[in-house]
Ligand binder design. Structure first.
Ligand code: GTR
Length: 428
């Protein structure tokens, strides 16, 4: 080796070391399909002991529990069981809401005996003039229940709220200024007219979405001050999912809602949440992931758009600490996100992407949904048969639904139309 080539060699070693240690933000995200690494997904239909999974009972008894456990301990973290101290109080009933087509209700879910402690307020719109209990969509919202509809009768959250130009929040306290600011994402009238109830709660009631070492929200009820959850214990997504299960605990008691036909819906980080809530609580009848991306429906091994490393650096509180081990070793993850989708089988599940939401890797979301179909086949159901991602605005699939909507990272009326059609097919 010449001195010159030794120099070049040394320089490239130094450059490689700099890339390896550079903060993730210094390395551009990959949006080039030709740069997606070659990867092999962990198998859905082979158990850890090598057994081929050939039947629904093999899946339910052996493979599902082992995959669920891996997501619990390596990705989202173990959440506590429902405490016996949870209680519910119906605060408000307005019978002629939405020009008379719905009953609007507010219910407080107290997570402990202390009424001043963490609690979540549910907002319900229930179709009027129906002879039977209603199927429902249940989804958390980002900025408070009062943002989903402009009705002045919706209570404003008292918990910590993110400062935001659109909602006019500047000091982490919500005000009447933000009424209805998210109404474009919540097709309340349309949902009610189609015969479904809509139930929502503010996610920050369950756990405020910032990295505070879990000193507030429901974590504080289960850990002593300054004690962080263990590396395999719940982060914020698991806490929000836990909250959705507590909402369902209430719905079981409400005779106007058919608790066996509750569809979970979540967008983005709350789409990751709906996938995990549906996986960890099988009482949910249908699961919808809207633009959930990394840690949600998108395959991690594609490293397209947001990656495991990026998400763990930007949002260290979302997942359990064990997930950090895979930041630079995504191929050693014992799971990938097709398995998260498969955990909802045989219940109907819908994955939606958007063309301008490359950060969430629409193709990776499609591929994960398609891969999960092999588990649905064990139950005699068709998932997604298409091998290629469909063009924009072309919903496909049977028991697993998928569409790629034209447009940005958002929930639109187009998305709701597909979810309502899918629910009509599977919940009636
Ligand atoms: C982004 C994050 C995504 C997605 C999104 C959201 O900043 O990188 O994983 O969750 O936030 O929730 O709006």
């Amino acid at each position: 080796m010449t001195i010159q080539s030794m120099g070049v060699c040394l320089l490239s070693v130094i450059a490689a070391a700099m890339v390896a240690t550079a903060p993730h933000s210094a390395v551009a995200a990959n949006y080039d399909e030709s740069k997606v690494p070659v990867y092999q997904l962990p198998p859905l239909l082979k158990a850890a002991d090598g057994l081929e999974i050939r039947s629904a009972s093999d899946w339910t008894e052996q493979r599902r529990p082992e995959i669920l456990k891996l997501f619990r301990t390596e990705v989202f973290g173990i959440a506590p069981a429902a405490p016996e101290t949870v209680s519910f109080r119906v605060d408000k009933i307005i019978e002629n809401s939405l020009n008379g087509i719905a009953t609007q209700k507010e219910v407080t879910v107290f997570f402990s005996k202390n009424e001043q402690g963490p609690k979540m307020r549910l907002l319900l719109f229930i179709p009027n003039n129906q002879r039977s209990a209603r199927p429902a969509f249940l989804g958390l919202n980002f900025n408070g229940n009062h943002t989903v509809h402009r009705s002045p009768k919706i209570s404003i959250p008292s918990s910590w709220v993110r400062n935001n130009k659109t909602t006019g929040v500047t000091d982490n306290r919500a005000t009447a200024k933000s009424r209805g600011t998210a109404s474009n994402r919540w097709a309340v009238d349309k949902i009610v007219k189609r015969g479904y109830a809509l139930i929502t709660a503010y996610y920050g009631d369950i756990d405020p979405d910032f990295d505070d070492s879990f000193q507030n929200g429901v974590h504080a009820l289960f850990h002593s001050p300054n004690e962080k959850p263990a590396p395999n214990e719940w982060g914020s997504i698991a806490a929000w999912s836990w909250g959705l299960s507590r909402a369902l605990d209430y719905l079981v008691l409400d005779s106007t809602i058919d608790h066996e036909r509750v569809a979970l819906l979540g967008h983005s980080r709350l789409g990751k949440t709906s996938l995990w809530a549906g996986a960890s609580d099988e009482r949910f009848a249908l699961v919808i992931s809207n633009n959930s991306g990394c840690g949600g429906a998108a395959l991690s091994r594609r490293e397209f758009g947001e990656t495991v490393s990026r998400i763990n650096h930007s949002f260290p509180h979302w997942f359990c600490d064990n997930f950090q081990h895979y930041n630079d070793h995504v191929n050693s993850l014992p799971i990938d996100q097709h398995m998260l989708i498969a955990l909802s089988a045989p219940r109907p599940i819908y994955v939606a992407s958007a063309t301008d939401d490359q950060w969430a890797d629409p193709k990776g979301e499609f591929l994960a949904a398609r891969e999960a179909s092999s588990v649905y086949a064990l139950f005699g159901f068709k998932g997604i048969e298409a091998t290629e991602q469909p063009p924009a605005n072309t919903p496909i699939g049977d028991r697993i639904g998928y569409h790629l909507r034209e447009g940005k990272h958002d929930v639109t009326d187009y998305d709701w139309d597909q979810y309502l059609n899918f629910a009509d097919r599977h919940l009636h």
